[in-house]
Design a protein around this ligand. Sequence first.
Ligand code: SF4
Length: 312
Amino acid sequence: MRFGRERPEIIRPPSEWRSYYLPITWGCSHAGCSFCRWYGEKLRIRDLEEIEEEIRALSLLRNHGVYAPSLHPVAARIAIEWDGRRIFLQDADALAYPYESLVEILKALREHFPSLERVGSYATPQILLRRSVEQLRKLRELGLGILYVGVESGDDLVLEKVGKGVRSEEIVEACRKVKEAGIALSVTVILGLGGKERSREHALRTAEVLSRIDPEFAAALTLMIVPGTPLEREVQEGRFSLLSPFEILEELKLMLENCDFSSCFFSTMHASNYLPLRGRFPQEKGKLLSILEEVLRRRDPGLLRPSFLRAL
Ligand code: SF4
């Protein structure tokens, strides 16, 4: 379909803040996770022709200083500030784009922006399971340099309860394919996703799954209740108990204590978190745990990001 003058809201990993955001899809092919803003949003696939038009218009503006009226005003604003190094394919699951057409998009980007450093995208485990390592490798050769995958939890009960649609074993398999294809892998998990009842299992099993995946980048977000989602109803009806800020940090500490990475940059810098931390594993694991222990010992709410400043 043509998106015309509409564009999806920009939701991207923190590390893509300087990228040009190119919408090729809108929504997520799964759309079944009870906590997610894309819950129930049917995936929309943008016409290849319209995407190629946007790439040509972007090239005209960036490479020749010519403004093509077909370029969306939001896109033009992003393009003017763009440093020309990275492109992020929207939306929540851009890898779901039909494979042969995705190849054409990457080729067009390479043709118009030969000095592009990398293209990035979110990918659901479901889509990765449907792609072969050879297909992923080809995408990597054409410039796909990083994939962001939501692991959310390593606990199968939690995954089932939130409707993730895959088991932990499948998530590990999907992530291993990305690594085997030579694409950088960045995964996220969600603190508090098991509620009070499954906090311990969520922490321990997520640590186990993260260690098995052994990604280059891992980030923890903290659960925030999105209005209108099934999880919001569960909270309102008392069927899901949210963790307090310090319980979230206890969960994070238990998770990190049990994470065993060969070389991973770990971060809680996302705006949803109460305590921003970052460090490289294994070297800085001890340092991160000491900070957490100290904050948990002092229990001073003043050390935490206030709730009104938290955001997704
Ligand atoms: S797979 Fe990801 S984007 Fe899709 S519904 Fe679940 S959390 Fe949301």
